[in-house]
Design a protein around this ligand. Structure first.
Ligand code: FAD
Ligand code: NAP
Length: 543
């Protein structure tokens, strides 16, 4: 007969991790390897995070496959083969499921379970975590791996509930196949998701209306199948590739460019932009060193993209409307595309300007703007996410003295290194605001954060330290530094989700750290080397 201990499910852990995407799965792998007991809670009914939820037509990564993956296991790198330069969503999801199986992660991941609250109990020094099924758990460490882009932004439109057709959000796509054949479809939003979905939906729909508030700078991905000789070459040089990515500005294994866009002739500049446009990838943004810090330099690349749009799009009025002028290139996350601008040459596609004629309401049969009414069978919201803070703030997180994260971040997020928060002991935020996260090739940033946290926990255990908390002073200095670095760039010139501008009422604070992935890593390593400078620690009390 089973004993009570065998039949009672375990509820107390060294660490509770929230989320089973790239971040949560690697965190589990590292902590379990160090001998910590871990439970990962995941709201979805599968692992994969972003790649589990974003199943819209055209969804694929725009970091190239050979560096949009984990680097921690040589065996994994050797055995996995990507089929395309930018794999589509099902393949990335398949990869993450393979990782879950390959490293036996599933037994410690509890699916279909949303963490609703996490409260630090000062007396016991433990986090008390409640899930949406009402169950309670405790842990010494509370680690969020909830993703920066995991809470869909569904704008409030009057009348949506009366819409008689079907509506979708790209970030919460249905699992059953969605077919738009023969339908009149309205797509709202022209960020990376809308730009990927547009060409695919246009191929199916009877008519596609793209409702655009702000045009974006979409540059070619250059997607194609991976070639066997290229795969061999990449696998033979992975050590150099990762070294380069880890030391770089953006987590991409690109050569660093020292030249200003303004120090070459206009002809040479165009030649370089053209060459990189043809190559595809974010190398285009990497054409010169000063594109994100010097407006005059940026104007040259922005104009190049606008010229390209006018070359591709046949109707000059549509081309004008598609050409961004209200923000510098790269200051909103620049999307890569496959055939986006060409799609507007199709007879079954109409671009609708909702900047000048905004949407007034959703009607039972479509969308009404101040100028027109569009009859629709389906509406696709490609309206993005409550990025970086939205998912964290949906959890009722309370630190010392019942301080809620909502109160703490009422005027915008404040963290130390994007990893820890004053007032919230023994809590860590993977890719939290104040870290490079969304401004980088994420797997590189995720692995760096996870490794730092795992090393920190091992250190605390070895030193007999029970509690660690970022000091207010360290946090203030870091927040000031994050702002100061951002102010030296062109990023604050755009109304982007990086500053929360896409969510009505959200505090306008520039959230990611733009000082560079390589520099940031050095700062984090130096903090650890100085025995976690900027953190207060308390010894465990011997009983
Ligand atoms: P996520 O993958 O978002 O996983 C977080 C998980 O936490 C989710 O599964 C969620 O369900 C779970 N969760 C959240 N709250 C709770 C809760 N309270 N309780 C339980 N579970 C919870 N980045 C790049 O670098 N390159 C790319 O090419 C790229 N392409 C992208 C394409 C799309 C369509 C999107 C939306 C993002 C893309 N990104 C890309 C960013 C991408 O989010 C990251 O690369 C990466 O997948 C993030 O992994 P993560 O584990 O940190 O977060
Ligand atoms: P997004 O970049 O925030 O774009 C949302 C779009 O919806 C914008 O065009 C926005 O217009 C519009 N919008 C938002 N609210 C609106 C409203 N109330 N009325 C009308 N229009 C509205 O979101 P996303 O496209 O989902 O991309 C988010 C991020 O996810 C990306 O930046 C990227 O980091 C990641 N991603 C990557 C890929 C990839 O290729 N690998 C694909 C998808 C997503 P405004 O610009 O005017 O606000």
């Amino acid at each position: 007969m089973a004993t009570a201990a065998e039949t009672t499910p375990k509820t107390d852990f060294d660490a509770i991790v929230v989320g089973a995407g790239f971040s949560g799965m690697y965190m589990l792998y590292r902590l379990r390897d160090l001998g910590f007991s871990v439970r990962v809670f995941e709201a979805g009914d599968g692992v994969g995070g972003t790649w589990y939820w974003n199943r819209y037509p055209g969804a694929r990564c725009d970091s190239e496959s050979y560096y949009y993956c984990y680097s921690f296991s040589k065996e994994l790198l050797d055995e996995w083969e990507w089929s395309e330069r930018y794999p589509a969503q099902p393949e990335v999801l398949q990869y993450l499921n393979h990782v879950a199986d390959r490293f036996h992660l599933r037994p410690d991941i509890q699916l279909n379970t949303r963490v609703v609250s996490a409260v630090f109990d000062d007396a016991s020094g433990r986090w008390k975590v409640t899930t949406d099924d009402g169950k309670r758990y405790t842990a010494t460490y509370f680690i969020t791996a909830v993703g920066c882009l995991s809470t869909a932004n569904l704008p409030h439109y009057e009348g949506l509930e009366e819409f008689q057709g079907t509506w979708y959000h790209t970030g919460q796509w249905r699992h059953e196949p969605v077919v738009f054949t023969g339908q009149r479809v309205g797509l709202i939003g022209t960020g990376a998701s809308g730009i990927q979905a547009t060409p695919e939906i246009a191929k199916q729909a009877a008519h596609l209306y793209v409702f655009q508030r702000t045009p974006n700078y979409a540059t070619p991905s250059g997607n194609r199948p991976m070639r066997p000789e290229e795969i061999r070459e990449i696998k033979a040089h992975y050590d150099e590739i990762w070294k380069k990515a880890r030391e770089s500005m953006g987590g991409f294994p690109f050569d660093s460019i020292e030249k200003s866009a303004l120090e070459v002739s206009p002809e040479e500049r165009r030649r370089i932009y053209e060459e990189r446009w043809q190559q595809g990838s974010f190398r285009f943004l990497n054409s010169f060193s000063d594109l994100l810090v010097n407006k005059e330099a940026n104007d040259t690349i922005a104009q190049f993209v606008r010229d390209k749009i006018h070359e591709i799009v046949k109707d000059p009025k549509v081309a004008d409307l598609l050409s961004p002028t209200n923000h510098p290139y790269g200051t909103k996350r620049p999307p890569l595309n496959t055939g986006y601008y060409e799609t507007f040459n199709r007879e079954n596609v109409t671009l609708v300007d909702i900047r000048n004629a905004p949407i007034v309401r959703i009607t039972p049969t479509g969308i009404q703007t101040t100028e027109n009414t569009y009859e629709l069978d389906s509406i696709v919201f490609a309206t993005g996410f409550d990025a970086m803070t939205g998912t964290l703030l949906k959890i009722d997180i309370r630190g010392r003295n019942e301080l809620t994260l909502k109160e703490k971040w009422a005027d915008g997020p404040r963290t130390y290194l994007g990893l820890a928060i004053h007032g919230f002991p023994n809590m860590f935020t993977i890719t939290g605001p104040g870290s490079p996260s969304v401004l980088s090739n994420m797997p590189v940033s995720i692995e760096q954060h996870v490794d730092w946290i795992a090393d920190c926990l091992a250190y605390l255990r070895a030193q007999g330290i029970a509690r660690i908390e970022a000091t207010q002073h360290a946090e203030e200095i870091w927040v000031a530094h994050v702002n100061q670095v951002a102010d030296q760039t062109l990023f604050p010139l755009a109304n982007s989700w990086y500053i929360g501008a896409n969510i009505p009422g959200k505090p306008r604070v520039f959230m990611p750290y733009v000082g560079g992935v390589g520099n940031y890593r050095k700062i984090c390593d130096a903090v650890a080397a100085k025995h976690y400078e900027g953190f207060e620690m308390a010894q465990a009390i011997a009983i």
